[in-house]
Design a protein around this ligand. Structure first.
Ligand SMILES: Cc1ncc(COP(=O)(O)O)c(C=O)c1O
Length: 370
């Protein structure tokens, strides 16, 4: 069976550049911080068009640090989408705050601003907008709500580094993912659109004060060595991962083009099937297609077909977050009035779409069995 994310083919394609970069770090004696990390942070910030990019140990740690920098304390409430990977809700709960689960749009699968509004209460401090499957959340609407209620926005772009969204401000043009929150994060988990060879993440902001806090929190609460101003953590991207990411970043725009072309081929193919709907990409958005996700009326039968054709697949995600056992009895409230998160969790199935996946081959296989 072919892999869901073809990371070995990607390594083969960039092998000499990667080995040169890896050897340079290994020979340098500088393994934590140093020039490779500093240069990557500058390049990430420039790519997104934002002042500050601070790398750290993972996307999950990036979320935790961002929430700490925003001042989240036990008892605060934070609104998160009910249909996503657990990390954003987990980090809120990890800090003793309460995730409140907003429902999603049934087609784009993104957090539903109307549901967000319904969950706002006196203890609500902010909204986490997740750029699900590589498409930016509806930030213009989220911003209007946040401004009206004095809330912050944390953009979880773990799946969407490289995506973009048309700005509401005329003349500004599209903005990149990782610039759409008061603070934003991404993940460099290996299978993410821009992935390293281990765990890694980054935090982005245009607010110099928040950026300084983030750097301090990620480094044991220190600005000055051995002077710990606050309780922080050790969350660092090591130099080897930074060197790998610098190589992959050189090829990233080309990879994104192939991912989008792969998604277009799938869209064309599935257009003939009325009971199979791709995640809708809202006007003004470009997706990174972290995964290519379909909503399928009879998922069980569809998966049997995929298995017969030996097409790899994943279910992102099999249940809405508010039903996860870890949140039981934690006072977590979900807006389930429309049940869209529940329905998506029963219909969603994702197909391989990375730049090294032969989507023509997959479509040929599917054509013979569908
Ligand atoms: C939406 C979302 N947020 C956060 C994370 C956490 O990232 P990491 O695995 O780097 O901790 C993930 C990882 O899959 C994710 O999909």
């Amino acid at each position: 069976m072919m892999p869901f994310a073809n990371l070995t083919a990607q390594r083969e394609a960039y092998k000499s550049e990667l080995e040169e970069a890896e050897n340079a770090v290994l020979d340098s004696g500088c393994y934590i911080g140093g020039p490779a990390v500093a240069d990557l942070e500058r390049k990430l910030a420039d790519f997104c068009g934002i002042e500050h990019a601070i790398t750290c140990g993972s996307g999950t740690e990036a979320l935790t640090i961002a929430l700490m920098a925003l001042g989240v304390v036990p008892g605060d409430e934070v609104i998160v989408p009910d249909f996503t990977f657990i990390a954003p809700a987990e980090c809120v709960a990890f800090l003793g705050a309460v995730p409140k689960f907003a429902d999603i749009d049934p087609e784009t699968l993104q957090i539903d601003p109307e549901s967000v509004k319904a969950l706002i209460g006196p203890k609500t401090r902010g909204i986490i907008g997740v750029d699900l499957f590589g498409q930016c959340a509806p930030f213009a609407e989220l911003r209007r709500i946040a401004d009206e209620h004095g809330l912050w926005i944390l953009e979880d772009a773990a799946q969407a580094f490289g995506a973009s969204q048309e700005s509401n401000d005329s003349g500004l043009g599209p903005r990149r993912a990782c610039t759409l929150g008061d603070i934003s994060i991404t993940s460099f988990y290996p299978s993410k659109p821009l992935g390293c060879y281990g765990d890694g993440g980054a935090i982005f902001t245009s607010d110099a004060r928040l950026a300084e806090k983030v750097r301090m929190l990620a480094n044991h609460g220190c600005r000055e060595r051995y002077l710990h101003e606050t309780v922080g953590m050790n969350s660092r991207l090591d130099a080897l991962q930074a060197a790998i990411l610098r190589v992959k970043l050189r090829h990233f725009e080309d990879e994104l083009k192939v991912r989008r072309e792969n998604a277009r081929k799938y869209n064309d193919f599935f257009a003939a099937f009325g009971d199979i709907q791709p995640q809708r990409i809202a006007p003004g958005n470009t997706s990174t297609y972290a995964q290519y996700t379909l909503l399928v009326r009879d998922r069980e039968t569809f998966i049997q077909v995929l298995d017969r054709a030996q097409v790899p697949h994943c279910i992102h995600y099999p249940m809405p977050l508010h039903r996860q056992p870890c949140f039981a009895g934690a006072g977590c409230i979900a807006d389930g009035s429309k049940n869209h998160a529940e329905i998506a969790s029963q219909k969603a199935v994702s197909l391989p779409v990375c730049a090294f996946t032969d989507v023509d081959f997959i479509i040929d296989k599917l054509r013979s069995v569908l």
